[in-house]
Design a protein around this ligand. Structure first.
Ligand code: SF4
Length: 292
């Protein structure tokens, strides 16, 4: 399979870097081979590859549900303009269990096949776990995470005055010099002159992108930016970047991007054969249906 790299705008993200580090073939399939397969008329192999590209692990799906709920609660409109009301959500689990069951039914009805924007679990797609067992396990993990969250992050975020809550895009495009990068923040707030950004990653590169975003767009200096990593399973918000070395992290991001761009041949093509497989990661890989 051959693609023309000029048809793809390059950007760096932690997810992209992790995929590159995990399996080069997976990187090629995700970022080049499957592009365009969202169109229902694309058909054939391209459509199938895009189907696989869109699959979610249980962990990623639960994280997505929880992050969306957190964002919804944090930014939902208040009844009064400057309301300083406590979070009035009666049910600590909020809308999440209902959404899980609704989406799971849609997965079983295969609605994903016609629209890849609907979530789909790899375990269902590949029939690796019976649906009933899978749903029970997801509900259990979700309940545990939301219970842990309600006494920690949810309570803490609910106390954040509405006036201090700051809208933030997700995904968030961040310019690092000439390099386009992306982060995936969940929410942000600014108190006592410090901007706090919550994200599901506590990697140094994520912390650095938060600081670049704050400096580029909000003119907030790096020392007044704090990154918190959301760990839903533990119901915790952990301070990230305690040992951040800005120049080393910048070198790592730029070095990773340069390495990926070097995989483009001088004639401007990217070719599947140049991206070796890594069988160590096949068992749970979304693309295992393609590679077998
Ligand atoms: S199935 Fe294995 S070789 Fe293929 S993309 Fe996934 S990890 Fe790589």
């Amino acid at each position: 399979m051959i693609r023309n790299a000029a048809e793809f705008t390059f950007s760096w993200s932690l997810r992209r870097q992790e995929m590159w580090n995990c399996c080069r073939r997976k990187y090629f399939l995700h970022y080049y081979a499957a592009r365009g397969g969202h169109d229902p008329d694309s058909g054939g192999e391209l459509r199938r590859l895009h189907e696989m590209r869109s699959l979610l692990s249980e962990r990623a799906y639960l994280h997505r549900l929880i992050a969306a709920e957190l964002r919804r609660r944090f930014y939902r409109p208040h009844e009064e303009e400057d309301a300083e009301l406590p979070d009035s959500e009666a049910d600590p689990y909020g809308a999440v269990p209902g959404r899980l069951r609704r989406e799971f039914r849609r997965m079983l009805r295969d609605e994903f096949r016609t629209d890849h924007a609907h979530p789909m679990l790899a375990a269902l797609y590949y029939n690796s776990t019976p649906p009933g067992e899978l749903l029970r396990e997801l509900e259990k993990r979700l309940r545990n995470a939301m219970t842990a969250m309600s006494s920690g992050p949810l309570a803490m975020l609910a106390r954040t005055r509405y006036l201090f809550r700051r809208p933030i895009d997700s995904p968030l495009e961040v310019a690092v010099g000439e390099l386009r990068c992306f982060a995936a923040p969940i929410l942000a707030f600014e108190e006592k002159g410090v901007l706090t950004i919550v994200e599901g990653s506590g990697a140094d590169s994520t912390v650095l992108l938060h600081k670049f975003h704050a400096a580029n767009k909000l003119h907030i200096p790096p020392e007044r930016v704090r990154s918190l990593e959301l760990i839903p399973g533990k119901g915790a918000l952990r301070l990230a970047g305690k040992e951040l070395n800005i120049s080393r992290t910048l070198r790592e991001i730029r070095g990773g991007a340069a390495e990926m761009l070097n995989a483009v041949r001088p004639d401007g093509t990217v070719r599947e054969e140049d991206f070796p497989r890594n069988p160590a990661h096949c068992t749970l890989c979304r693309f295992r249906g393609h590679c077998r």
